[in-house]
Design a protein around this ligand. Structure first.
Ligand SMILES: Nc1ncnc2c1ncn2[C@@H]1O[C@H](COP(=O)(O)OP(=O)(O)O)[C@@H](O)[C@H]1O
Ligand SMILES: [Mg+2]
Length: 252
């Protein structure tokens, strides 16, 4: 089954009338299947974040269509988009975006509280998820008291609690040491394998990307190439490095 269909998507930026137009995304069409774990790679400035943010409904499109779970999100009003995003989409940021004044547990349950769900349901779902992600021990800690790796697991739990159809992540390992990055990628891989979550990950890091099942490479706002993993991390990692050097300017 197809989860996301993108047709002739563009995003143009213009700083002021008369200024040069930057084609951040320049005519992209693609489909993402349900249960896919797809990586978006490319040099700094190639349009990865712009593409991801349009897919996640955070950034309005200039032209083109994005259908997610049978809804054309480019046709939704601002309010309907916000509802759709809250109900169907999860987003993990590079810098965690946790609220410092709330505990770990409260951060995770926040989307359900905003959705006015019963406190008992919030408590139960938060517990289940913390157990699954191995962060129950730090439930009552403040974000300032936990490590970067733990923060990103908490952020992932918050993104997952609404049981979204798609999880988007923009450089989620960008602020993590290599051990924590490895743990986070294993966790995303497990969510994809065990719960069939559809995951769309932006990264410039070949190691993180090697956990994906498929990678699309962007260059100057366009799709340059797609590669598919054979399931072997080491071999896929080597293949990613090859493609990066072939495409050129791939370092962020
Ligand atoms: N809000 C914005 N206003 C103007 N230009 C932007 C804006 N956001 C991104 N761009 C430009 O769009 C291009 C793609 O940016 P981005 O999607 O952030 O790339 P990446 O995530 O691959 O590094 C870059 O040239 C960037 O400068
Ligand atoms: Mg980016």
């Amino acid at each position: 089954m197809t989860m996301i269909t993108v047709q002739k998507l563009t995003k143009h930026y213009q700083a002021f009338p008369g200024a040069a137009i930057v084609k951040a995304v320049d005519g992209i069409s693609l489909t993402i299947e349900t249960g896919e774990f797809i990586g978006i790679m490319g040099a700094s400035g190639s349009g990865k974040t712009t593409l991801l943010n349009m897919l996640a409904g955070i950034e309005p499109v200039t032209s083109g269509e994005i259908t997610i779970a049978n809804t054309d999100i480019t046709k939704l009003s601002k309010d309907k988009m916000a509802l759709f995003r809250r109900g169907k989409l999860g987003y993990i940021f590079q810098d965690f975006n946790l609220l410092d004044s709330l505990s770990v547990k409260e951060n995770i349950g926040l989307p359900l509280i905003l959705d006015r769900q019963h406190p008992k349901i919030v408590e139960q779902k938060t517990r289940e998820l913390m157990n699954y992600l191995n962060i129950a021990r730090i439930a009552d800690n403040a974000p300032a008291q936990i490590s970067g790796g733990q923060k990103q697991r908490v952020a992932a739990a918050r993104a997952l609690i609404t049981e979204p159809a798609v999880i988007f992540a923009d450089e989620p390992t960008g602020n993590l040491d290599s051990k924590s990055a490895n743990d986070l990628m294993l966790m995303l891989e497990r969510l994809n394998n065990e719960l069939a979550n559809t995951i769309v990950l932006v990264t410039h890091d070949a190691f993180s990307a090697s956990f994906c099942k498929k990678i699309i490479f962007m260059k100057d706002g366009r799709l340059e190439m797609t590669i598919v993993s054979n399931g072997n991390h080491t071999q896929f990692f080597d293949r990613i490095l090859e493609v990066q050097s072939a495409i050129g300017g791939a370092k962020d």
